[in-house]
Design a binder for this molecule. Sequence first.
Ligand code: OOB
Length: 543
Amino acid sequence: MTQAHPVPQQIWPDDLAARYREKGYWRGETFGDVLRARVADHPDRLAVVDDRNRWTYADLLARATSAAGGYLSLGLKPGDRVIVQVPNIAHFFPAVFGLFLAGLVPVYALPAHRQTELIHFAKRSGARAMVIADRHEGFDYRPLARLVQAEVPDIAHIIVIGDAGDHVAFDSLRAGPALPQVDPSAVAFLQISGGSTGLSKLIPRTHDDYIYSFRASAEICRLTGDSVYMAALPVAHNFPMSSPGVFGALHAGARVVMAPNPAAETAFSLIAREGVTITGVVPPLALLWMAAAPRTPHDLSSLQVLQVGGAKFIPEAAARVRPTLGCTLQQVFGMAEGLVNYTRLDDPEEIITGTQGRPISPDDEVLILDDNGDPVPEGEPGHLLARGPYTIRGYHNDPAANARSFTPDGFYRTGDIVKRLPGGYLVVQGRAGDHINRAGEKVSAEEIEDHLLAHPAVFDAAVVSIPDEFLGERSCAFVIPAEGTSPRAPELKAFMRGRGVAEFKVPDQVVFVPEFRTTAVGKVSRNVLRAELRSRYLNKETT
Ligand code: OOB
């Protein structure tokens, strides 16, 4: 049997860890403790609802306990990593709380991820099992999981919610061995980074730090036992997961409604049916919802707060939220690595529409630095760095990324350019790095380029972000064809899909060019090249 390889502890220096405990941020609670406490408070209150299920807090704990025992009976050991690729269905919760109760470590994949990404996560995390749904929104996840297992034989079990075929049925998992004591300072799960350079990195979050982030978020968002939170975005994202997200809602004893997709019709009918009070979306969805609201037959009057985050929401659109949807806008600027900023519900209108909020914690340390690493004057744009009680100190198993992304004193370099207004409110100005923020999904230019370069008709490729009225940004691949070839855009897009990548990574646009002028001058960095191509494109020089 394979030995458990515990995930290394996250190292906060002793003085900071002591401070975070003293101030009551870290309370020595685990995810399992949170669920047990809510069951003790109100076992019969509804916790989770989807199209097929309505489970109370007690139901949820019972199902999670069965799952935990079942996982361990399969031979999984506390500390083992388990890839979770589960869409927005009620079963997400017994699946992951079961892992937490068993001391197993979920690795959250998005439903959009395909074999290339999943194989990378499996190898990087040393995963030993996968939990998946059979199918969702017309896609069958079982053959995908099998492909991953064929490449990563350490994956000993595929556990399927729904029709399991010859895999392990989630519903067959039964309480078995005694559940272990779980250390609240241990890594609870691995989240996937948006990926600014190359492949996605794995983000280790502890019980202590993550529970603090969603408990404090729930307070900021004024969640109570009467709140109804709808997960419209895929729940594996940090935003719907914890800002305050589904976990913040469960912590507050509220009800969680799982929307199978974020289309206005689906979301609006659920808002009306369940009396949803708060939900979160990315800016393009906010635009779609605002366009659909005037004609909807559904009653949206229960909705009190619409959170918008993941990408910049322009002030003109922000100003339309209250008049069209009749609720308060809350801007959310966060990152899976930690730091999350919110506009507060009672902030003046110009703060709500014109800023991306201020940090959760008085102990979030925010630096805004110029290119030389010196602080900029208040109100001037600079590089945002962050450190604090729920911001990671390093990626999992990735020394090269850690050397780039963290300062020696433990600040995370977010890659964002922001300015700070009085009161600590941040306004996002842009990105220093090379990724495309496509409707909130972060896509690394380098990762797309590497896929394109694998095509025999591609001599060179450079991928840049282009402003897009709807998506915020879209991806554009500049391609120099290999000598004697004349590839076409659909062929390259189909090639990328064939390599098994998430659909949002397939370039939106491909522009063929005979050369990259800058490369003739000598060796230039990819960043300079991408910047030059982007400005040529925007000045319409390439067409
Ligand atoms: C959220 O998390 P990630 O990890 O997918 O992406 C983080 C990056 C930030 O560094 C920033 O570049 C961008 O997404 N971003 C925003 C933004 N919110 C995130 N840029 C402008 N305005 C905003 N409001 O996207 C995330 C995590 C937790 C809560 C909310 C979003």
